[in-house]
Write a protein that binds this ligand. Structure first.
Ligand code: ZN
Length: 299
């Protein structure tokens, strides 16, 4: 029997540095806890993601203040999903909140729906979301990227275009080769395909794969995934290979005339057993349904 999952709480004791002045509050592989980043420059600091709900947001803000001292804070998100961004209210008025345009628009359009949906995910998740209000960013950038000067170090925010969500963003710290990928990359975890037709079909696996190819080609020194343990660029390739392989297998079964439920029933268990040490196996069937519905087979 499955034990109840642990509460989705950000744990201050999971704080470590992955490079000079680049900190990660690790997810400890707890479901609905993301890896959270704090990047400190000479004059300012950047927070990447908040955790889910105001209490987690408070925890992250306290850690960021401790690390940043008197430096002003900017908050950005890898994407709008609740465990990544639904603690932002605590930062309102305390930090400058900066998203890309697509992320802001997606939060506006889907935020309340996701809040309602996540509140049905059991008492621990509902408790974490208690008192959550959605807040708008103070600033957005249009176009593919913007650069923040933290003093002695620049951080690049890149809008990925629609991939895992409409507003995915990667955060790059070029002086030390660190990239925060959000859920575009997860380590030893099946990629999350939030494919919930008709409410949310905003996934583009072909673009997702292209973004991963570009990220991998840059050979970052440290990849901080949305969930899982920070590692090298090999974890980018693992996700890319998985998606290309799965897309092709769904396509070839579809071309042979197998119907969707038959593909899910036979391919799902096969894929899960091939990745027996990956967590969140429930996302495999969502991915199969996505590939079958869209006919996409990314290359
Ligand atoms: Zn996500």
């Amino acid at each position: 029997m499955d034990a109840a999952p642990p509460p989705p709480s950000v744990d201050p004791s999971a704080l470590s540095d992955v490079a000079k002045g680049v900190f990660v509050i690790g997810d400890r592989r707890v479901p609905l806890v993301p890896n959270i980043g704090v990047v400190v420059g000479d004059d300012a600091a950047l927070v990447v993601d908040t955790g889910m709900g105001p209490e987690n947001g408070k925890t992250v803000l306290a850690i960021a203040k401790e690390l940043a001292g008197s430096r002003p804070l900017t908050l950005t998100l890898t994407h709008f999903h609740p465990e990544h961004g639904f603690g932002a209210q605590v930062f309102k008025g305390v930090a400058r909140i900066l998203y890309n345009e697509a992320q802001r628009d997606e939060l506006k359009r889907k935020g309340e729906g996701y809040l309602a949906m996540f509140r049905t995910f059991g008492p621990a998740v509902a408790a974490a979301l208690e008192g959550t209000t959605l807040v708008e960013p103070d600033e957005v950038y249009a176009g593919p990227s913007t650069t923040i000067d933290l003093g002695g170090r620049f951080v690049e925010l890149r809008a990925a275009g629609m991939a895992h969500t409409r507003g995915d963003q990667t955060v790059h710290v070029p002086d030390c080769g660190v990239v925060f990928t959000g859920d575009l990359v997860q380590e030893r975890m099946f990629p999350i395909f939030p494919w919930f037709p008709p409410d949310d079909v905003d996934i583009d696996a072909a673009n997702w794969v292209r973004v991963l190819a570009r990220l991998g080609a840059e050979e970052p020194r440290i990849v901080v995934p949305g969930h899982g343990i920070p590692a090298g660029p090999e974890i980018i390739r693992m996700v890319r290979d998985y998606m290309i392989d799965l897309g092709q297998r769904v396509r070839s079964r579809h071309d042979k005339g197998e119907d969707l439920e038959a593909i899910v029933a036979s391919l799902g268990p096969e894929v899960r057993s091939e990745h027996s040490n990956w967590s969140q196996p429930e996302w495999v069937d969502f991915a199969i349904r996505y590939f079958a519905a869209t006919g996409a087979a990314p290359a």
